[in-house]
Ligand binder design. Structure first.
Ligand code: GLU
Length: 397
């Protein structure tokens, strides 16, 4: 029996794989500190949970409209108007089964064989495999650490060919935490205006942003780009709702109805109960978001400072999301007890086995010089984890 070529062209998600490994070790009684998978360690806010419970008790447990309930689509339209000064009609909104599903759906309806999709590296682990699963070719454009890991207009321009179908841009970025400023985006917009390609703007970390930085995307920056910019978003990161699986998009009508069609033949509606909870999250009080961001900020500062104090480690200050992406490449070629570190994957294995900390190798994000640490764990665990890291690194000679 032979599997389809399509699925053999991609590997399983390294973030999900590492999470499973860390959880298995924990279940076996090993004291692992996981900087692995990126999900807020906070509880879903009480009023959001309450809305889910109410949905179950009110028997809101049947199929809903494939593209999401009108109440949630309305809340999403209002969110874009309120936060981003973007006007959409409900027909332009589709609710999906998590932010990952939002992007997967988009790759399926937009891309095909012969298409090239520009993905700045470091990138979120699933963009390239999703593009490959759609039959298209990911074109990876490496950004520079010295430039805060942000794609420049020149780098974008050089990557565009007649086959280019789209650019996937993620700000704040997973894994680097880089936030594109208005000026950064204006420069990129200049190139995009001359080249008719789609933009997938992955805004999932919009609300997790520090130092008073203002959030922009290409749709709200330039009215001419809005008709070909699709915003991928979700409630998971903002409201600590990763398990509820609610993502959403704002798109031109033709794209939104294509996604609804695909969804009608694949998943049908996202979970009815989770949709009700998402309405409460978007429409309700936002103080839990502020509290969460304040806690992330404290950890971020601690990590950046502590990592930069470690010999041979260099770590920029992320402006958003909840990851740090330190450069650890000075340890490559060093050894401990006959074990030599050849790259980020070896270093991650070494840290898991020798220091019992889980970090994601930078190679998974298209940059082997770094490793990613998600600091969505308590400050105390961050502290303990970094102590272990420093000690294990000091043994590499
Ligand atoms: N976006 C999160 C991460 O990068 C979730 C895991 C995933 O789906 O990759 O860790």
């Amino acid at each position: 029996m032979v599997l389809a070529d399509r699925i053999q062209q991609v590997a399983a998600s390294p973030t999900m794989g590492l999470d499973a490994k860390a959880k298995a070790l924990k279940a076996a009684g090993v004291d692992v500190i996981s900087f692995g998978v990126g999900e807020p360690d906070f509880d879903t806010p009480a009023h959001v949970k309450e809305a889910g419970i109410k949905a179950i008790e009110g028997n809101f447990t049947r199929y809903t409209a494939v593209e999401g309930i009108p109440e949630l689509k309305k809340a999403i339209v209002e969110k874009f108007a309120r936060d981003n000064q973007l006007t959409y009609t409900p027909e332009q909104i589709v609710v999906n089964c998590g932010g990952k599903h939002t992007i997967y759906n988009l790759t399926q309806v937009l891309f095909q064989e012969g298409d090239e999709v520009i993905i700045p590296a470091p990138y979120w682990v699933s963009y390239p495999p999703m593009v490959i699963l759609a039959g298209a070719r990911p074109v990876i454009v490496s950004t520079r650490e010295a430039n805060g890991f942000k794609l420049t207009a020149e780098e974008l321009k050089a990557a565009i060919t007649p086959a280019t179908k789209a650019l996937i841009l993620n700000s704040p970025s997973n894994p680097t935490g880089a936030v594109y400023t208005r000026e950064d985006l204006q420069a990129i917009a200049g190139v995009l205006l001359e080249n008719k390609i789609w933009v997938i703007s992955d805004d999932i970390y919009e609300k997790i942003i520090f130092d008073g930085i203002r959030f922009f995307n290409l749709a709200n920056l330039h009215p001419d780009l809005k008709p070909r910019t699709i915003i991928a978003h979700g409630v998971a990161k903002t409201y600590a709702m990763t398990g509820w699986r609610i993502g959403y998009m704002a798109a031109p009508k033709e794209v939104a109805s294509a996604v609804s069609k695909l969804q009608s033949q694949s998943t049908s509606n996202p979970c009815s109960i989770a949709q009700k909870a998402a309405v409460a999250a978007l429409n309700g009080p936002q103080d839990s978001v502020q509290a969460m961001v304040a806690a992330f900020d404290e950890r971020r500062r601690f990590l950046v400072e502590t990592l930069n104090r470690m010999e041979g480690v260099r770590c920029g200050t992320p402006g958003g999301a909840f990851y740090v992406f330190p450069n650890v490449s000075s340890y490559y070629g060093k050894s401990c007890q006959g074990r030599t570190i050849h790259g980020s994957s070896d270093l991650s294995d070494y840290l898991l086995e020798e220091a019992r900390i889980a970090v994601v190798p930078g190679s998974a994000f298209g940059d082997d010089t770094c490793v990613r640490l998600s600091y969505a764990i308590s400050l105390e665990d961050n502290r303990r984890g970094l102590e272990r890291m420093a000690e294990a690194l000091s043994r590499l000679k």
